[in-house]
Design a protein around this ligand. Sequence first.
Ligand code: GLN
Length: 348
Amino acid sequence: MRMAFWKARGNGSEQPNVETSSEARSPESSAGQIASQSLPGSHIDHILSDIYARTSPLQDGALANYIPELANVPPNTFGIAMATTKGRVHTIGDADFEFTIQSTSKALSYCMALELCGRNEVEFSPITRRPYNPMVNAGAIAMSGMLRDTLGAAAAFDLILERFSQAAGRPLRLNEEVYRSETLTGHRNRAIAHLLLSAGALKEPVEPALDLYFKQCSIMATPTDLAMIGATIANLGVHPVTGQQIFDIDAVRDTQSVMFSCGMYDYSGGWTYEVGIPAKSGVGGGILGVVNRQLGIGTYSPRPDRNGNSVRGIESFKMMSNVLGLHAFDLTNTGSAFVNSFFETGEA
Ligand code: GLN
């Protein structure tokens, strides 16, 4: 795993942000570090409650019903969580409600495949015959195949669960019922796997690769977990509270690039334009967002739209992006403090 070079060199010039859990989460600790450095934490809480109040009445979209477990979730559940790269957490609503992460897992398994198999192997091109987009099922199943080929199916899932848990900062678990249902009903995914096999993008046997894919989709997490995972990615792969390097630094960059351009299915272009935050949605209702070097955002509300993205999730992300100036190209998003520090210290 490649880490931040200052860490590898033992050069303490600039560190990814790490604070202890107690300091980081203490309500007394000073200013919130979200986007605008001068906003106190209580302002963030007011902004979140306002956004929550405005988006809660939305009833559009329909519960995913391809398996009973998703059709039976409480349809009005709604939680938003933000975690800064300093480890401060702000939440509203059902931020501790557990749901299956579904396709939000695709961003993380892609990140792991980049690290473990190498960028050249993972490359999406007509030459490798691998699908271009690892944020949709075909690309994600090809990634599962690569992780399976590299580690073996059982060890690959153990590592996925371990890394996802380390990034969330607590042990996550598999929802056995959802996993069983996904396996029993996943005929479309099986068909995709066979098409990948015929194209040479997946090796035989396809079933263990599919099994890995179904399992990663069936991991349970909360909006707060998604926010901490996002904050870990935003913090160059280092968990903001534990200080542990969870994801490879180069893989984190590539992963955010793909999330930015294609994390929201057929709405990806509109999302990039209107929200401008690298993100990945899941049909269960979760959205994972990453504001590079600043924060992670997790939302959960079931009832996705026809593109498979949570309706309340989209609207609340739009408002967060607008109010806090989080769009990648917004004038309030000042970019990398690391690059700025070169100029301040005259190193470049
Ligand atoms: N398990 C689901 C599937 O592959 C995930 C889909 C999604 O979240 N969009 O069908």
